[in-house]
Design a protein around this ligand. Structure first.
Ligand code: FAD
Length: 538
């Protein structure tokens, strides 16, 4: 039977990234995917007529430019175009618009508060400083503070140096920032409720925490630290939907000689005498290799696809305790035309921006209260976009695709499986929320795909449908992600590695975990490194 150099489990964008860098180093690699399509949570699917939905992730910013360049993703069809701004509709008929043009943004904020407009510059500089600090760690392996290996010590000294360079006050601020709530952070700068509500959304997206929960200020960074064409903090659309990201990486993998197998779900990761020897597929086939790289989340990898006896008890317990809670849902909607939002001036650029419908911090927190009660938010926080205003390839001429990311939506309703009428009610709460601000919206709806965390788990295999493969809280970041002592992509089993979003630096369409894992594997195999490291583009 053929033996590969490496098997990568899961053709999400991280699995494909690992596979591509390993293949580029000359390894014979097969990537196996359970679905009949690739991409995982970075996917475009055609589920209704000629509409293409970005079913899960919908906007691109975190994808590391170093990886884009190293894998020459432009040659494999990836094009990311920026969009800008956001709007928060208010119950009193007004709206708060956030614009990219600094002058316009200032004037709009000053309409609510001159104090806040003046404070924005400091807020922006302070938040960007935190982004630049963390961006430097994204494409490197987190050092283990308990290790005496020269590379760990060197990296700890490098990070310590960067920290010291900030200066005394900013060092204090950084520690506070990493542990405080997004609400507390915003209170330090702003006085206007709608402005704070508008900014606070980025602290809770994909997170089973509320705006007042400690640690949510850090989550903000996952929405600011990316870039489009070097413009830090910008977001963009991948032309053709987010599947274009995964498809381009798959193109690079195949161009390097890699083999991609779909409908090849892994049932078991096989371990013999403490070493990995391959995988057993759901159809009974076995594939052999001395290296297996799992892009599945950490719970699915170790608790579902492995025997407990193959793992140290302490490690197993830590994986069981890893927090990975479903808190977000999604509606993908095909529209017969462009809905109007009468609060906005005709032709406003804000049509082509993130649209939000919660205008106070009180309502933001109440939305979380529903999740804690085991149900979906009755007054949901929605991050809504109409990508077809930017990318006409996703719908027939004159029609539109609307993407609605919804916070909060539980993995299960009051601890049991969703009933179909509950799914309908969840969808209705989102449609009604948007309909409150757009009178013609409901009449334009042609088709709706409703996705609860339970659906996301079933389709993509992410435990509880958690979008980041595990909460992005301090206890689960850097050298603690996913498990202390195992944050460098290796597992307790020789030859078995992790490369998905449960590893450093976490979730989002970033491709960094996949790239970092490949670099570590190539070190262990004493092969030529093909993976960029610490390029930094600031
Ligand atoms: C609803 C939603 C919205 C999001 N929005 C954004 C966004 O706008 N921007 C952004 O940057 N990020 C967003 N994210 C987060 C981001 O999409 C994910 O963090 C990221 O795509 C995860 O990539 P991954 O490769 O680590 O894992 P995944 O994409 O989860 O890939 C894992 C792969 O493994 C496969 N698999 C699972 N089990 C098996 C098995 N037993 N055998 C074989 N294959 C298996 C799965 O089918 C899947 O293809 C969103 C996520 C979701 C769910």
């Amino acid at each position: 039977m053929k033996k590969y150099d490496a098997i990568v489990v899961g053709a999400g964008h991280n699995g494909l990234t690992s596979a591509a860098f390993l293949a580029k180093a000359g390894l014979d690699v097969v990537c196996v995917e359970k679905n009949d399509y690739i991409g995982g949570a970075a996917v475009s699917r055609n589920l209704y007529e000629d509409f293409w939905y970005s079913n899960c992730s919908y906007v691109c910013s975190l994808l590391r430019p170093e990886i884009y360049r190293a894998l020459e993703l432009h040659k494999h069809g990836l094009q990311v175009t920026p969009y800008g701004g956001s709007v928060t509709f208010m119950e009193n008929g007004d709206y708060y618009g956030s614009y990219q043009d600094a002058e316009v943004a200032y004037r709009e904020m000053a309409r609510f508060s001159r104090h806040d407009a003046d404070a924005y510059k400091t807020y922006s500089a302070d938040t960007m400083r935190q982004c630049r600090f963390i961006r430097d760690f994204l494409l490197s392996t987190a050092p283990d503070p308990t290790s005496f290996k020269p590379r760990d010590i060197r990296e700890l000294i490098r990070i310590g140096g960067k920290f010291l360079d900030m200066g005394e006050d900013r060092m204090y601020e950084t520690i506070r920032f990493w542990t405080m709530s997004v609400a507390e952070y915003l209170d330090e700068y702003f006085e206007t409720d709608v402005i704070k509500a508008a900014f606070s959304g980025s602290g809770i997206i994909g997170t089973a925490l509320g705006i007042h929960s400690p640690g949510t200020a850090y989550v903000l960074l996952h929405h600011y630290m990316g870039d489009v064409d070097g413009n830090v903090g910008s977001w963009g659309f991948a032309r053709g939907g987010m599947g274009a990201v995964s498809n381009s990486i798959a193109g690079a993998f195949q161009a390097a000689g890699g083999e991609l197998r779909t409908e090849a779900g892994v049932d078991k990761i096989i371990v013999r005498n403490g070493k990995v020897t391959g995988v057993g597929l759901e159809n009974g086939d076995e594939i052999n290799a001395d290296v297996v790289v799992s892009a599945m989340d950490v719970k699915r990898t170790f608790l579902t696809c492995m025997d407990k006896g193959d793992l140290p008890a302490e490690f197993h317990k830590r994986v069981e305790n890893f927090k990975i809670r479903g808190s977000s849902g999604k509606l993908n909607i095909a529209l017969d035309g462009l809905p109007t939002f009468p609060a906005l001036p005709e032709g406003s650029s804000l049509y082509n921006s993130d649209m939000h419908f919660i205008d106070s911090m009180e309502r933001m927190e109440r939305a979380y209260d529903d999740w804690k009660d085991g149900t979906w938010s009755k007054d949901p926080y929605i991050d809504m976009l109409i990508p077809t205003l930017n990318d006409p390839t996703m719908a027939p001429p004159g029609k539109h695709f609307m993407s609605c990311f919804v916070q909060y939506c539980p993995h299960q309703v009051e601890g049991r499986a969703w009933k179909s009428e509950e799914k309908d009610a969840f969808a209705k709460s989102v449609i009604d929320q948007i309909g409150n601000y757009s009178p013609d919206f409901k009449d334009l709806i042609l088709h709706v795909e409703v996705r609860t965390p339970e659906d996301i788990e079933r389709e993509i295999g992410i435990t509880e449908g958690n979008i980041f493969h595990g909460e992005l809280t301090m206890d689960q970041l850097l050298f603690n992600r996913p498990v202390p002592g195992y944050a460098q992509y290796r597992s307790p089993v020789a030859g078995l590695y992790m490369c998905g979003s449960s590893t450093h630096p976490g979730g989002g369409v970033m491709a960094a975990p996949g790239a970092n894992a490949a670099r570590e594997i190539l070190v262990d195999l004493k092969r030529r490194n093909t993976v960029p490291e610490n390029f930094g583009d600031d």
